[in-house]
Design a protein around this ligand. Structure first.
Ligand code: FES
Length: 292
């Protein structure tokens, strides 16, 4: 009941959030384009986990401590926690901007509402922090502002949860894919040409195959980042590059070598099948649960 009401409330923001989101998407994409290393870092490729989710916890935790310290009238601790929270907040915004450039559709719209609320909260906290400088006797206004900020942060956190948990942004596309023991599965292709991305089916799973000499490399065809089709992508330096957001996975290992993905790709072993054709066995689930 409550969630349906909130969903309608979020959807009602689409009129301004869609164009505003598209505008932000354009300038942020242009900004990050020449700085791929920085974007990969902010996405969390090095961490194997979306960085934004980590830093937001630090910021929200710090702002929670400000509430506690202010209620106890521990002034110095409250002020330090507020400025520390603002520092983490800046990091969270930077990481969020990097993730935002790979959103589309409804996820981009909801993310726009999320970032708008969060930026407003950050502004309110900044004013609260500035009003605390010099340790004024009357702290009513900074404390009122802090509570307003905390309310906004709570709403913004809910919206961020919508983007991640309901819309699956930055969630590993293979998280629940595998179950049971991996077994050899016949492939529906009889020819894999040298250096050409070849799409194949192994039972219910789609694979992308590449022959390099006597070896046939095989990865799952669905990009772990956001479901792009790797067999529609490109071969670059021993990696397959996703056509959607240019994540790269090493063919021989499935390891991520370029973001925005923060996950490795499931990998398969391929061998010739008795009587002709090929068969494949999943040897790595990437960053997903092994599932047998
Ligand atoms: S779907 Fe985003 S990089 Fe593949």
């Amino acid at each position: 009941m409550l969630s349906r009401f909130l969903t309608r409330l979020i959807d009602a923001q689409a009129r301004w959030a869609r164009p505003f989101g598209d505008l932000n998407h354009r300038w942020l994409s242009a900004l990050f384009k020449p700085m791929r290393f920085l974007k990969d870092f902010l996405n969390g490729k090095w961490l194997g986990h979306p960085l934004h989710a980590v830093i937001t916890d630090v910021a929200i935790g710090s702002f929670t401590m400000v509430v506690v310290f202010d209620l106890l009238d521990v002034r110095n601790a409250a002020d330090i926690a507020l400025w520390f929270g603002l520092l983490a907040f800046v990091g969270a915004v930077a990481a969020g901007f990097a993730d935002f450039t790979d959103t589309d559709g409804r996820a981009r719209m909801v993310a726009t509402v999320h970032l708008s609320v969060m930026l407003l909260a950050g502004l309110v906290y900044l004013v609260s922090g500035l009003l605390r400088l010099g340790n004024p006797v009357d702290r009513t206004l900074p404390i009122v502002l802090e509570f307003v900020g905390y309310g906004l942060i709570t709403i913004g956190g809910y919206l961020g949860g919508e983007v991640a948990y309901t819309l699956g942004n930055m969630v590993n596309r293979h998280a629940w894919r595998f179950w049971g023991d991996a077994t050899w599965q016949a492939l529906n292709v009889t020819e894999v040409r040298e250096g050409v991305l070849t799409k194949a089916k192994a039972g219910a799973q789609s694979l992308v195959l590449v022959r390099q000499g006597d070896t046939i490399h095989a990865l799952h065809d669905v990009c772990a980042h956001a479901g792009g089709t790797l067999s529609d992508g490109f071969l670059v330096d021993g990696c397959v590059e996703c056509p959607l957001h240019q994540s790269r996975y090493e063919l021989s290992t499935g390891h991520r070598t370029a973001g925005p993905t923060t996950y490795d790709q499931p990998r398969y072993e391929v061998r010739a099948k008795e009587g002709g054709g090929f068969e494949a066995l999943r040897v790595s689930s990437g960053s997903a649960r092994p599932g047998g």
